[in-house]
Unconditional design. Structure first.
Length: 606
């Protein structure tokens, strides 16, 4: 039936229709109809074609998934059906009236016409958060967009004089050495000056005698900031770019200058040269200011956290170097690894330290005190730099987490074989390990073997899934957000444990199911889609939801810093607009739906 006057007045008060010009709203009201549903009537069920957007005017509608799990209770002013319309799909959920209800029915053609012609409507139904226009997002720029492709190269046998002539003729500062698919090294003007002009090497000798063999390189999927931070930390001016071992390009300092490098490099550079922990702490004290700058520049959340984590990585490596300078060289090879947010490259304005050490199996009992001192030196230094001690003692200073490789293998084998609650918790933490400094060979096979063993053990995988579902998105009934009920953070949302962590947990499960090596959550979700572990539609929804939740968290921390407060993870939803709360709740709903899918043995929304 046509809309009666009281429903037209009601619709005029509902956002975003309250923003429509009067002629557009009048036309909309004439095209809409009212439908009534008795208690327990089905509005639509899974598989039905969706031909309308529904707006609850009176009553209450329950949304459930295919397993019958309640996803939401919608009251007046709430709409549903838009997800299927926007994706061009049939219904993936069940909508049931739980009370006698009146719904305003907006035809599909009218819905899309409003989106096309009216910005407030388009914005309301677009759940993504685009980066602010006009700001170059160097944090997400890949090196392949910046590098010099097909760089000048020559064989190792080429005379030095000939290579020098090539460099002069082409006005370049370096030449790569090797044939196609067989990259050997690099020769720079610095090498020519130091080894030939000053060092006296015969200009007719093969260039291989002065080249830097096996130089530091990056892959084509690296970010511009990866190159920038490598240069300032390692004091190099050129970084070759390889794709599966084949030289595809090179990035120089000149290239980076053109890309307008951001100030995270300044902090990395200061940290890489710091003389002690006190000097390191003065560098890390700039991180809050950097976070505000990056957030206000519109840089994506995963790039912001990666830049901030790069600083922690550099600080850690510098502390390892300073420790060895004080204690002497390590008696056997070792590897320092980070887990937690640093391991995932997801550090924000507030982070504790989670780390461990893998030692060579050649280590003796007599040599263990050396590594205990090394761990204490580094952990104390990290604490001084603002990365406070882990409350759960998940640090290399704990002898349990500073062990030979064989013990680490035994740990993972035991956790996978007997997945009790402690094993699930520890395995979850340790599946986010990432090497920071030392001999990475100590981790490569351990990581691969552990992922394989875990994926093949269905009981362990089931326990990990169950453990991952313990963190619930803060969803309340009646289209609300469930805040903390008591204590210091009463009436606040925990954007870490109830916001970001549920997605982190899902990403870890997908990584386990697909034996995916990246530990970064965003990278895990993208890889899960690429590997077929997660459907493209489910993955797109979850990534969009994660982007919104993580961005909200960073924006909140930036606002706290600007106000002179310590950044944290607790947000009072009253600080958000109705528009922001609506979108944030929709993001939490996507996460809950994906949790339901994983819990029922499915991997996507469908």
């Amino acid at each position: 039936m046509p809309l009666p006057d009281h429903l037209i007045q009601f619709l005029a008060s509902v956002h975003p229709y309250d923003r429509l010009p009067e002629p557009a709203f009048t036309a909309l009201a004439e095209l809409c109809e009212a439908e009534t549903f008795a208690t327990q009537d089905t509005v639509f069920q899974i598989g039905d074609d969706i031909a309308s957007l529904y707006i609850v005017a009176e009553g209450e509608v329950e949304i459930t998934d295919e397993a019958g799990i309640q996803l939401s209770i919608l009251g007046p002013r709430n709409s549903f059906g838009e997800r299927a319309l926007l994706r061009g799909q049939s219904a993936q959920r069940v909508a049931t009236a739980t009370r006698d209800s009146t719904l305003i029915v907006l035809p599909t053609a009218t819905f899309f016409d409003l989106i096309d012609k009216h910005t407030p409507v388009a914005r309301f139904f677009d759940r993504r958060r685009p980066a602010r226009a006009g700001t170059p997002d160097i944090g997400t720029m890949r090196v392949e967009t910046l590098m010099t492709r097909d760089p000048i190269s020559c064989p190792p046998s080429a005379p030095i004089r000939q290579v020098a002539q090539h460099m002069a003729d082409r006005n370049i500062s370096s030449v790569c050495i090797g044939d196609t698919g067989d990259f050997r090294g690099i020769v720079t003007l610095r090498d020519m000056n130091a080894k030939v002009i000053l060092g006296g090497v015969d200009p007719n000798a093969p260039v291989s005698t002065i080249m830097t063999a096996d130089p530091l390189t990056l892959g084509a999927d690296a970010l511009v900031t990866d190159v920038l931070h490598m240069m300032v930390e390692r004091s190099i001016r050129q970084v070759p770019i390889l794709d599966n071992g084949t030289l595809t390009g090179i990035v120089t300092q000149t290239d980076l200058t053109r890309a307008q490098a951001i100030s995270s490099a300044d902090i990395v550079g200061r940290a890489a040269k710091a003389a002690d922990a006190a000097e390191l702490s003065r560098a890390t004290a700039e991180i809050p200011k950097l976070l505000v700058q990056l957030v206000e520049s519109g840089i994506r959340h995963e790039a912001v956290t990666r830049l901030i984590t790069d600083i922690a990585d550099t600080v850690t490596r510098r502390l390892l170097t300073l420790a060895e300078a004080q204690l002497g060289p390590a008696p056997v090879p070792y590897l320092w690894l980070a887990c937690g947010s640093q391991g995932r490259q997801e550090q924000t304005g507030v982070s504790d330290q989670d780390n461990c050490m893998i030692l060579s199996d050649d280590v003796t009992d007599a040599q263990m005190p050396y590594f205990a001192k090394l761990a204490k030196f580094v952990s104390d230094g990290l604490d001084q730099c603002g990365y406070f001690y882990c409350p759960g003692d998940m640090m290399a200073t704990n002898p349990r987490w500073c062990q030979p490789l064989r013990e680490w293998r035994a740990y993972f084998e035991a956790w996978i074989a007997k997945p009790n609650p402690e094993a699930q918790m520890l395995a979850s933490v340790m599946f986010d390990l990432r090497p920071i400094g030392g001999d990475t060979r100590l981790f490569d096979t351990l990581h691969t073997d552990t992922l394989k063993a875990a994926a093949e053990n269905s009981i362990f995988a089931a326990h990990m899934i169950s453990n991952s579902l313990k963190h619930h998105p803060p969803l309340g009934l009646l289209r609300g957000l469930a805040t903390i009920r008591s204590g210091t953070h009463r009436n606040h949302l925990d954007l870490k444990h109830n916001g970001v962590v549920p997605v982190v947990d899902l990403g870890r499960i997908y990584a386990l199911q697909g034996q995916i090596r990246p530990v970064n959550t965003h990278a895990r979700l993208e890889a899960a889609v690429a590997e077929g572990v997660l459907s493209s539609s489910g993955g797109a929804d979850l990534i969009d939801a994660y982007d919104l939740i993580a961005t909200t968290r960073l924006e909140h921390q930036a606002a706290q810093i600007k106000a002179g407060d310590t950044p944290g993870n607790y947000l009072n939803p009253s600080e958000l607009s109705d528009f922001e709360r609506s979108h944030l709740r929709d993001a939490f709903l996507v996460v809950k739906t994906m949790q339901s899918a994983v819990g029922s043995g499915k991997s996507a929304l469908g």
